[in-house]
Design a protein around this ligand. Structure first.
Ligand code: ADP
Length: 344
């Protein structure tokens, strides 16, 4: 093969093979070696693609058919999805003299993204449908059996208000998430002082804390350096974490909110929210920031949760070039730590 063409093929991230009339590999580019390993030259394609549809498609091309594409999942080091495309290298050749170029494009990330999008749409529809179904139910009852029962009407209207508020919160959270995702690449550039933000949030959460019978004990580090941040977004982060600590703690629990320079990374500020709840099993911890992931759906719903709070926290912290750390001991409680780079 012409060395220029060979260099072009080696520059591609797609695995490219040339096979002869009996599907023996006569050429493979560099990407094919990284994906499938060495030692493939002079082997048959079926040696590492044990898939009848792929082999038939390549056969068809070698017999003169137009370009063929087949999606295939191959068991490499990890299962990987590929789009295989085969094209004949000759026009009007007999089968004996035929050869074909066969490429494998790794499409795993595209399929995963598509699956995530489908799951997300299904989740959003489900989450919106449940308060809506409840609202329809109450409307029907108010129009029928409860029409002249003032007490029942008042109670149903209150429940309807709660369901409508849940829908509104869900829509607000979805809009927040989508806005954050579109802005994630741009880190905030304003300097922000953390402790007054924390003080304001604790004061504003008083009604929720009273409802959940929780109190907050604060320990704010003196001379804490500023961080680069957006006040509204950081308010959303800490309010979410303190609200969660109150919602998922036992009654009369004390929530500790502290800020300090990080012990191990002096260029970072660490803000911790520690609760005295049931704690979180390790298998849940890694998934808590996924959208709509809840350990106990019923409990989250009773507390008016949307299942999006920690996903929003994660995205805000990514934009702030910070991170969230979750440590938990079952039966004792959890600590949610926000680590943010200092602005100095
Ligand atoms: P939600 O609206 O359900 O509270 P979040 O995204 O804020 O959604 O939290 C996701 C899930 O993580 C919650 O449903 C709950 O199961 C769990 N969780 C969050 N914070 C805590 C906490 N402090 N203690 C125990 N579980 C928690």
């Amino acid at each position: 093969m012409d060395s220029e063409i060979e260099s072009i093929l080696d520059a591609l991230s797609v695995a490219v093979f040339i096979v002869d009339a009996d599907q023996t590999i006569t050429y493979r580019n560099s990407a094919s070696v990284s994906l499938f390993g060495t030692g493939l030259r002079n082997k048959k394609l079926s040696h590492f693609v044990p898939n009848k549809r792929c082999i038939r498609a390549v056969d068809d091309v070698l017999d003169g058919a137009d370009r063929q594409s087949v999606d295939v999942r191959l068991q490499l080091v990890v299962p990987t999805s590929f789009r295989m495309t085969a094209v004949s290298l000759q026009k009007n050749a007999t089968r004996d003299g035929a050869s074909a170029v066969v490429s494998f494009e790794d499409v795993s990330h595209i399929l995963e993204a598509e699956q995530m999008r489908t799951d997300f749409v299904a989740n959003v529809s489900h989450e919106l449908r449940s308060p809506l179904t409840a609202l329809y139910g109450f409307i029907e009852t108010l129009q029928g059996p409860a029409r002249s029962d003032q007490q029942a009407s008042d109670r149903f209207l209150q429940l309807m208000e709660r369901e409508a508020a849940r829908m509104a919160r869900l829509i607000d959270d979805l809009l927040s998430l989508s806005k954050l995702q579109s802005e994630e690449r741009y880190a905030p550039t304003e300097k922000v002082t953390i402790n007054p933000i924390l003080e304001r949030i604790v004061a504003s959460l008083e009604p929720i804390l009273m409802k959940e019978q929780a109190t907050v004990a604060t320990d704010f580090g003196a001379d804490l350096p500023d961080v680069f941040g957006n006040v509204d977004e950081l308010t959303q982060v800490f309010a979410n974490l303190i609200e969660n600590a109150a919602k998922y703690s036992r009654p009369d629990a004390v929530i500790r909110v502290a800020s300090r320079i990080d012990d191990k990374e002096p260029e970072m500020v660490r803000i911790t929210v520690t609760d005295q709840g049931d704690g979180i099993a390790p298998k849940h911890i890694a998934r808590l920031t996924e959208r709509f992931y809840r350990i106990d759906k019923g409990r989250s719903r009773d507390k008016g949760g949307t299942g999006l709070g920690l996903a929003i926290v994660k995205h805000i912290l990514m934009r702030h070039r910070g991170r969230l750390q979750i440590d938990s001991e079952q039966g004792t409680g959890s600590t949610f730590s926000v680590v943010l780079p200092c602005a100095r």
